[in-house]
Write a new protein. Sequence first.
Length: 614
Amino acid sequence: MHKLLLTASALAVCAAGVAQAQEAFELDEITISSTKTGTATPLDRTGATIQVITQEQLEKADETTLAEFLARQPGISVSANGGIGANTTLRIRGLGGKYIQVLVNGIDVTDPSSAQTQFDWGGMTTANLGRVEILKGSSSSLYGSRAVGGVVNISTIQRPETEGHSVTLSLEGGSNETFRTSADIAYTGATGGLSFGINRLTTNGFSAKSGAGSVEPDGYDATQMTFSADVMATDTLKLGVSAYTLDSEGDYDEFTGDGAAPYDETNTTETRALRAYAELMTGALDHTLSYTYFKTDRVSSSNGFDTPFDGKRKRIDYVGNYVASNMVTLTFGADWEEESFDSGSDSGSVETTGLFGEVLYAPTADLDLSASLRVDDHSTFGSHVTGRLAAAYRLSGATTLRAVAATGFRAPSLYELNSTLYGNAALQPEESTSFELGVEHEFALGRSIKATAFHTRVDNLIQFVTLTSWPAPFTGQYQQVAGESTSQGVELSGEWAVNDWLALFGNYTYTDAVDATDARLLRVPTHDVTLGLSGDFASGWTGDLNLRHVADRPAEYGVVMADYTVVNAGVSYAFTENAQGYLRIENLLDESYETAAGYSASGRALYAGLRASF
């Protein structure tokens, strides 16, 4: 911890020179993820660290996948076993996907049948998305198990603010015979509204496996749909529903080498999810009751054999919100969840019941405090209590201090417990403690800086341990690393408007992540830097250029992971107020690099597209 504090002090001196593209802490920006109230909260009134990504920023993204775009943000890194559609993991402050809860329109889309219950980011593009909020740090007291590293809350296309409808169509094509189309339809009426989005992506791809002889391209084909609708049934009762579907098929390469016919490795996925809810507004006390159903069917084909992975989740949530005064808001609730998985030879299920409470207290106009407590009763591991304390203090209208202390836990996944080949029925839940301290300052004219120091300790970390390696008969098992594993570091970010049409941005993250044996956590870079500029030029032209440098990653199974620098760029032109064309280039300098050992990232790729709104 002493090393962390010294590093934080040294880096804070440099904070004024660092800038960040996706401004996440403007004082007039709001969040709905920092509490369980579901209501909009100004960012400067929450102690938690929140990144807010807007629809406009997503439309201007130079990256195809949402994960690669989010990797620009401080504290976030990404690794992938190939290109679009390949297995992709997002990390927040050194903690991987098994510690991150992912929501799409309020639906938990993490996969109960995966090795660790997590979301595969490989096929999620920036299409049909209206907003992304990233809540960093332990939030188990609000969101339950898995929310140790944070929560990513994704909202699909936004409806018109006034009565009426909107339609947006887009078409894109580019390298590796990649084609992407999307359509968004939204309607706002006097008593409710709806939105529908569909996008389809096909690509021949490139060989995911790196090295000589890896020439077979690994393609991907996917169709994703989202839907949401609500209506005011009475003056006080709102009824709503949201849905999410994904149908995809993609090639992949195993760690042993490049797949070849007739035994190509493929993954097919069919995901169906639905959430229905009712909100009753009775003045100072509001109630929300919801039911969520999630089902995913995956089939992994390798060497002529098909292995199914079927996962299901049923969930019931109740949240009550009581505004006691202009100083105190109380939130309370209960939830029940059942998860199950079946892979043919292996299966398992678990039930979790949770009770939680949260109080928001504003003793002065400049100080906001929050405290939350949660009790989860796990059908296998019994009761666990988690909590969080947070504070936000505005020194002035432009400077805010933040502090958070929280505990969390993650129960072993169903696969970790029940897999015949790799599971371990003796595993116990991981428990965590996290702290963060931050400061942010808003200058005039769109200029800002932010610095946050973080520290997370995980007790009894669960890791996959290789017992014998290739080419010997491979064996391995999920095992517990007794003791304290830590991930700690510093995030710096900011934005600096040079003038009314050009802005510089960037961020830097230092992360020191090790397990209890002092071995570094795989795929976590010590240094992660993003720098760039964006501009709105005359006559309808806009442009963006960003550089990301990743350095000092631990060797992965004996493979040295080299540093890399990737440059992405994009330019667009507005033909009319409602139609634009754009050109974007990923990996402009054609850097050869890997985010996961043995797997190639994309070389230089060029894409052109059209977007029109009606």
